[in-house]
Design a protein around this ligand. Sequence first.
Ligand SMILES: Cc1cc2nc3c(=O)[nH]c(=O)nc-3n(C[C@H](O)[C@H](O)[C@H](O)COP(=O)(O)OP(=O)(O)OC[C@H]3O[C@@H](n4cnc5c(N)ncnc54)[C@H](O)[C@@H]3O)c2cc1C
Ligand code: FES
Length: 287
Amino acid sequence: MFEVIDREDISPGLIMLRIRAPEIARKAKPGQFVIVRVDETGERVPLSLADWDDESITVIVQVVGTSTRKLGLLKACDSILDLAGPLGSPSKIEKYGTVAVVSGCFGTGPGYALAKALKAAGNKVVYIVEARNKGWLFWLDKIKGVSDQLIVTCGDGSAGEDYCYANKPLEEILRSQNVDRVYAIGCTFMMREVTNVTAPKIDVMVSLMPLMVDGTGMCGACRCSVKGEMKLGCVHGPEFPGHDVDWELLIERMRGYLEEETQSLDLWERENWHRALKAKASSQGQC
Ligand SMILES: Cc1cc2nc3c(=O)[nH]c(=O)nc-3n(C[C@H](O)[C@H](O)[C@H](O)COP(=O)(O)OP(=O)(O)OC[C@H]3O[C@@H](n4cnc5c(N)ncnc54)[C@H](O)[C@@H]3O)c2cc1C
Ligand code: FES
C-alpha cells in the first residue's frame, strides 16, 4: 500500500497528490511515469512523474473517467493499492542551446520536471503554459525558478498573454529566437498543434498518451506508429519526435473504448454519488 501524504485541489477536476514511494522516487527521471491501481477493481492508470524528493513522488491528476474520479476522491492518509514505476524511457537531457517547453493542463507538472533538468544541463529555457482558464494554472513560481522566459496562455483569456493556445506564442518565439529543440507535454491535440507549427528541421519531442495496460511492453495496447514503424509507448516512449508520429492513428486508437468508458463512468457515478459529495466537503490536506 502507498500512502497519500498530501492532496491539493488545483481546480475542480485537477488534483495534486503526493504519495509516499521512496523506492520509485530514488530512481525517478524526467519523462517517466508510474502506473497506479487505486483498489482491487481499479484500472491501471498511467500518470507522469511531476516532482519527487527522497521519500515521495508527486503526480497531477486530471479527472476524466472512472479511475481518475476514484483517484480524485483520495484524501491525505488514504492509501493506493498498487504503484509501479518508474516506467518508460527518461527524456534525453543534454545541452541543446535554447529549448522551448510547452505544457498544458496536467502536463505542467511533468513539464516542470523536464524544464528543471534542461535548465540544470545549461540550456536557455523558454516555457509556455497553456491552461483552460486561470484556475487551471499552477506551479508558475516553480516554473519561473527553472526557466528564462515564461509565457502564460488561457483558453478563455482569463489570465496571461493575449493568446488562447500555446501554438501562437510558440510560433512567435520560433520566428524571433533561434530555438534548438521544442518539447510538448499535455493533451494530444495541443502536442499535435505544437508539432505542426514547428519547422521539420527543429526537433520537437512529444510525450504521447496511448492507451496502456501493463506499461512494461507485454500487452501491445500502447502501439503507436512512429516514422512508419510500430513503437510501444510504454517502453520506447512515451517521448517521441512529433514530426514522426502518425497522429490520426494515435487519436483513433485513443478513442477506441469511448462507449465502454462512458458506460463505466455512468455506472460508477450511480453507485458512488454519495461518496463524491462527502469527499468534496473536506478533501484538501496533509497526512
Ligand atoms: C504515459 C502516460 C502518462 C500520463 N500522465 C498523466 C498525468 O500525469 N495526469 C493525468 O491526469 N493523466 C495522465 N495520463 C492519462 C491518464 O492515464 C488517463 O486519463 C486515464 O488512464 C484515464 O482513465 P479513466 O478511467 O479516468 O478514464 P476513462 O474513461 O477510462 O478514459 C478517458 C480517456 O483517457 C484515456 N485513457 C483511458 N484509459 C487509459 C489508459 N489505461 N492509459 C492511457 N490513457 C487512457 C483515453 O483516451 C480515454 O478516452 C497519462 C497517460 C499516459 C499514457
Ligand atoms: S502498455 Fe502494454 S505494451 Fe505498452
